[in-house]
Design a protein around this ligand. Structure first.
Ligand code: NIG
Ligand code: FE
Length: 404
């Protein structure tokens, strides 16, 4: 089946085949073609060009809008039950994220709710969050477990993700985050044992990656190393939570275990930037969490000036970022982290794809990649997307070539 998109004022995000990620000054550019067409064949980008469009069975009129690759959100926790609106009030009244967690709220609160929710209901809730973000332009997404905190709860969560992977039009990757917090009733040491010995072998067949919340009050670098080594025995590459609450050593332990990405990074010194230089590990920042928790924003500009790549993701979760809107993430990247719109665009597309190991399939306009595409309303430029950060900008979302 051939479809052609015509009257594209600007086709944005073109990359030659084989470009996996953009680092340093490469983030200042992206390939653009004016007055373009794009041909989709069997759900993939078959060709594109400018001038006269080729014939096809179906024609989609972009009506002078732009066409971009769909967003690639490399860090989310959308498998959770209910919400944490009560804690929202605690936060408004001045309690910090750490104080809420110490009182037994936070992640443990979500784990209690998840334990009382059956798999079908959990799937229904996660699916509705996924549908929501797809309608906002997300075409590839990583989803973590981590609100089970028991063998049963973690497997229930991973099964939900597996379901979404099979049924959703978006490309889904799955991460086992048993070490999100210490489950109720366990000592820290007993819980780390449980994650490594009991959960890991059962979780691994359902997961693409392993994650640990390596931060003050959660898991130490030594515990993180043990868990990552247990994951490596099952072929799971790490994507870890590091340096959200403190300079935790998480970046270094991630890099030394060949992490695909190290995420959060709100609190980093030059040592973390140095540790990432010359490695394959993608730094991922989550400005939605900084926004919601009133935390510092990551030093995005410094990372890029040091020649590193950078991805931005939503962190969609009930405690620190109850939104999966990648356009808003892009706007926060520009407004709060001083990224240029093109840098922010590269951070939410190709570099996001690379942070979840799917850069060969999505994240840019490249022949052979999935036709996960956003067709915008007529816009003066790419800058309008983060600038008018709440004005509806999407006209159509196509995933695997099909309109959503
Ligand atoms: O990425 N930091 C750890 N995990 C989540 C928050 C989890 C929660 O509070 O429910 C995050 O911010
Ligand atoms: Fe997270």
């Amino acid at each position: 089946m051939r479809k052609v998109i015509v009257h594209i004022r600007e086709l944005v995000g073109i990359q030659p085949e084989g470009v996996r990620r953009l680092a340093g000054s490469q983030m200042d550019r992206t390939g653009v073609l004016q007055d373009a067409w794009l041909l989709v064949e069997d759900g993939r980008i078959a060709d594109f060009g400018s001038g006269k469009a080729p014939e096809a069975q179906e024609v989609i009129d972009a009506a002078g809008g732009m066409v971009l690759p769909a967003f690639c959100d490399s860090h989310t926790h959308i498998v959770y039950a209910g919400s944490r609106e009560g804690e929202f009030l605690d936060k408004i009244n001045g309690l910090s994220y750490e104080e809420i967690a110490r009182r037994g709220g936070g992640i443990l609160n979500s784990a209690d709710l998840l334990a009382r929710t059956d798999g079908q209901e959990l799937l229904r809730q996660a699916r509705s969050r996924l549908d929501e973000v797809i309608s906002k332009g997300t075409g590839a997404i990583e989803i973590k477990s981590g609100y089970g905190l028991s063998t049963e709860g973690e497997l229930k969560s991973l099964e939900v993700i597996d379901h979404l992977k099979k049924e959703a039009p978006a490309l889904v990757r799955s991460t086992f985050l048993g070490a999100h917090a210490v489950g109720r009733g366990y000592t820290q040491a007993a819980y780390v044992e449980l994650v490594c010995r009991e959960m890991m072998p059962l979780a691994a067949p359902l997961a693409d990656f392993v994650d640990v919340f390596c931060d003050e009050g959660f898991f130490t670098p030594e515990e993180t190393a043990r868990i990552l080594e247990a994951g490596a025995r099952y072929g799971l590459r790490p994507k870890i939570h590091a340096n959200e609450l403190a300079v935790s050593g998480g970046v270094q332990v991630g890099v030394s275990h060949r992490a695909l990405s190290v995420d959060h990074l709100e609190r980093t010194t030059d040592a973390e930037i140095e540790a990432l230089r010359g490695t394959d590990t993608m730094p991922v920042m989550l400005p939605g969490a900084s926004f919601f928790l009133n935390m510092p924003y990551g030093r995005a500009k410094d990372y890029i000036a040091a020649g590193l790549p950078l991805a931005l993701a939503s962190d969609y979760n009930p405690g620190s970022s109850p939104s999966g809107d990648m356009r808003f993430v892009m706007a926060l990247g520009c407004i709060k982290m001083r990224l240029t719109p093109v840098q922010a665009f590269n951070a939410v597309t190709l570099n996001g794809a690379c942070a979840m190991g799917v850069e060969d399939q999505v994240g840019s306009i490249t022949r052979g990649k999935l036709a996960n595409l956003l067709i915008t309303r007529p816009l003066p430029s790419l800058t309008a997307i983060p600038y008018h950060y709440q004005t509806p900008f999407l006209a159509h979302v196509l995933l695997r070539g099909e309109e959503i």
